[in-house]
Design a protein. Structure first.
Length: 81
């Protein structure tokens, strides 16, 4: 039996989109704005399994930060001339 060969186009953009409207686009235009509100930290898989979501990680870090400040309060930094 012969299979019907389907020719697939490498371009999957639908014909309804007019590319002439996109010629003045700027790559990375909003990169700085997005990066300002994002801190990405990678943690080990065994630790990630202990925290179901980012809120749990933030709570744990706040508890740790409070404990560190209780044990040794931060001293104001001296400015050197």
């Amino acid at each position: 039996m012969k299979r019907n060969s389907e020719t697939k186009s490498s371009d999957d953009l639908q014909p309804k989109y007019d590319l002439s409207q996109f010629k003045n686009g700027v790559r990375g235009k909003y990169y700085k704005r997005v990066a300002q509100g994002t801190n990405l930290v990678l943690i080990e898989p065994d630790l990630a399994a202990m925290f179901p979501d980012s809120q749990a990680v933030n709570r744990a870090l706040r508890v740790l930060a409070d404990a560190v400040q209780t044990v040794s309060p931060r001293k104001p930094s001296r400015k050197r001339a």
